[in-house]
Design a protein. Structure first.
Length: 237
């Protein structure tokens, strides 16, 4: 309980901070504390409560990074690979967060999926603090302006969590639509191939039928001509 209270106290300080790097590092410590708490208890109900807090904090943290911090520091950091990796790591985290929030999972599956999320986020934190943040090259005043925007946005998201829920639902819906479109495309492709094969087979059967019919007609014609020649002498005799 004291650990949670201390974390909440730190959260209040973070919102007032104008140093974006300090804000992000404080968020990192908070979420890692929650991961440790989750792993430190076997009580399933307690694990679910801890996981929900961690998920909410990760959603807010990811939002201020994606909306404000990353776009602002991209030009300050002379390493496009680091920025691209951070973006892709966020993509993976969002995928796991969406599944944890929007799918009905048994506890074992939920536990396993949350642990995978924790592992990925810890790796992301290590990369961000070790490779991205030290490369930021900007004046203090410029960083404070970024931090002020992040602080205000964070406060807004914490007070209106429904905004993040709508984003999550929109992202999940987009993934479903893309999956559905892919299935429809595959279905149309298969249907087209089937029609082509059917037409091809039909054409082959028709061709064979016409060939047999022409062969029969040719045979009858030859027979008639032969008969005509054989009867002609008897008629003259």
């Amino acid at each position: 309980m004291n650990q949670s209270m201390n974390r909440r106290s730190r959260d209040s300080n973070v919102v007032e901070s104008t140093d974006p790097v300090s804000m992000l590092k404080e968020d990192h410590r908070n979420v890692k504390d929650l991961f440790d708490e989750f792993e430190g208890t076997d009580d399933e109900r307690m694990q679910m409560q801890i996981a929900k807090r961690a998920i909410n904090e990760l959603k807010v943290h990811a939002a201020i990074e994606e909306e404000i911090f990353y776009p602002a520091v991209r030009e300050m950091i002379d390493d496009s690979e680091v920025m691209s990796e951070a973006r892709e790591e966020h993509h993976v985290a969002h995928f796991l967060l969406d599944e944890l929030e929007n799918q009905r999972l048994d506890h074992d599956t939920y536990h396993a999926k949350f642990m995978v999320l924790a592992e990925n986020v810890r790796h992301h934190i290590k990369e961000e603090e070790g490779e991205m943040l030290p490369k930021i090259d900007a004046e203090k005043e410029e960083l404070e302006q970024i931090g002020t925007r992040m602080s205000r946005r964070k406060q807004e998201l914490m007070e209106n969590p429904g905004v993040l829920n709508r984003k999550t639902n929109s992202r999940a819906s987009g993934q479903t639509n893309r999956s559905g479109q892919a299935r429809q495309s595959t279905s149309r492709s298969k249907s087209g191939k089937g029609s082509t094969r059917t037409s091809s087979k039909s054409g082959t059967v028709t061709s064979r039928s016409n060939s047999r019919s022409n062969s029969k007609k040719s045979g009858k014609s030859a027979s008639n001509r032969s008969g005509s020649r054989s009867s002609s002498p008897r008629a003259s005799g």
